[in-house]
Design a protein around this ligand. Sequence first.
Ligand SMILES: Nc1nc2c(ncn2[C@@H]2O[C@H](COP(=O)(O)OP(=O)(O)O)[C@@H](O)[C@H]2O)c(=O)[nH]1
Ligand SMILES: [Mg+2]
Length: 628
Amino acid sequence: VRPGEDVDGPGPSVPADDDELLAGLVGVRDAVAEVRLPLAVAGADAARREARTILAELDDYLLPRVRQRGAPLLAVVGGSTGAGKSTLVNTLVGAAVSPAGVLRPTTRSPVLVHHPDDEPWFAGDRVLPGLARWRAGGTGGTGAEGVSDSRSDGAGADGAVPVGDARSLRLVAHPAVPHGLALLDAPDIDSVVEENRELGAQLLAAADVWVFVTTAARYADAVPWDLLARAAARRAAVAVVLDRLGEHERDAVERHLARMLAERGLPDAVLLTVPEARPVDGLLPAAAASRVRAWLETASGDAARDRLVQASLAGAVADLAARLPALAAASDAQPAHADRLRAAVAAAYDEAAVTVRRVTSDGTLLRGEVLARWQEFVGTGELLRALEQRIGAWRDRLTAALRGRRGPEPVTEAIGSGVVDVLVDAADTALAAAQASWRADPAGRVLVGGRHRSSADLRERAAAEVRAWQAGVLDLVATEGADRRVTARVLSFGVNGLGAALMVAIFAHTGGLTTAEVGVAGGTAVLAQRLLEAVFGDDAVRRLTRVAAEDLDARLVSLLDEEAERASTPLDALDVTSAGPRLRRALAALPVPSAPPVAAPQAAPEPDRPVGEAGSRVRAWWRRLWET
Ligand SMILES: Nc1nc2c(ncn2[C@@H]2O[C@H](COP(=O)(O)OP(=O)(O)O)[C@@H](O)[C@H]2O)c(=O)[nH]1
Ligand SMILES: [Mg+2]
């Protein structure tokens, strides 16, 4: 069998039910791979990690295990720094296959030891496809002299993998390992190097059997228990190895640890002890590890193996199924939160539109510049007096009143720049409000970035819109003036002058202002209103002011809409589509197998007792270890 080619491998064929399970798991994998959580909403970080972890568990453990139930049992040896993991693995194999020592980090690249005949199972990327493979030294050969030299750090045949790369897997073939069992010496789960820690956890999740090494001094540490909680949730087969256990402390520590295991959801975990002994050349006396060895032999024996694989698979699938709804919910939260962020922007600009509408209709604009230019144009007293005359006489008087005064253009200009100021000011305020609400939100904060201004060309575009509106107002007046009954009057005053009056009139048109309320500004509006009424009649003036006001409003609101859209562009770049529905469909299609009650063999026989019905190949291994 060439590595990685024959996916069925040398093991028993896949049970028929597994096809459905496999299809279900592949469906889940595809759905989880779709999870994007670009918005930093509460819990998104954790959900992102969870999605990665689930993918790793599927690739490293679930998919390969369902595809090939007959593949060797993978026992991952994990635990705290310096607990004695590597020494234990070496002792179990009877050779220094994994570097041990007080200097950290010792196990840079995890070491997987297997029987030479099982090489095809591990050479390809069947399990742990994310890790490059390399082999150091020989491939074992026969007996102790064939042991791979862990310190001859030559890379494999391709030579491509850098020595000590944590994201790689060093393979060692050794004949002392029974067929059908592989030992993986994992990096410290509490390593100071984050990458090592993560890999340590990832490798444990890839295990059929967790061999958790700890010591009397360390077993109560928090980190191992976090991982053991994962094992409990998965109903994984767990053996906790108490290393370097002194005779005097043995009973007390064993009792306490057993209680902790039971209390933390691992009542079936097997507690194994390694009595204190001094390592020689990286190995303990074989007898020290005999209980661990015996348990592993039993677990990988024909009878226990299938049961263990089935239970461990069932537990892992059930655990996966239980975790998917939270991931789906986290995924759903993304579009929902994006909507909330967009709504905050929309609210800020809606508020701006309200402000603009108010300021352009409550007389506010009829102050300062506009008022001054208007008065220069119409004066105050004469025109008003002229308007109060009876219709027959007013035309001449009007003309006389305006003679020698400045034209209406400065009024129009002042109105234009006043409206532009109002619009830009409102847009800036809206942006500030929108950004403030985004900044108050963790997901929004990262999106605000460095932009603090409305569009650079907003003023220019606003000016263009206002000019277009003013041209429209003049058109309106001209069109109205085409009516025979009013033409003469319109001409006597001038289209531009009446246009300016119409603009002035609308800035006070909805407020229902009275002269008393707003003083001069109100008077200004009243004058403009009277002038228009005198020329066009009441009904026409009502219509003209409504049309002109609506046109202005539409133009200003559309400018604000564009600004609002621009303010939420950082969201457009993110794919916040929820993978939730897809995850739920995949979950519904996943057959969750029922688990046998006990995953792993419970009995850890004393070293001087027979191993029981663990199978002949295990006994052979056992004998060989004892004899060499
Ligand atoms: N006295 C004693 N020392 C041990 C034992 N197991 C490991 N050590 C020593 O503890 C140090 C760390 O062991 P190592 O196997 O590298 O631990 P790991 O970090 O868990 O792989 C080494 O110096 C070992 O020689 C043991 O059972 N008894
Ligand atoms: Mg080690």
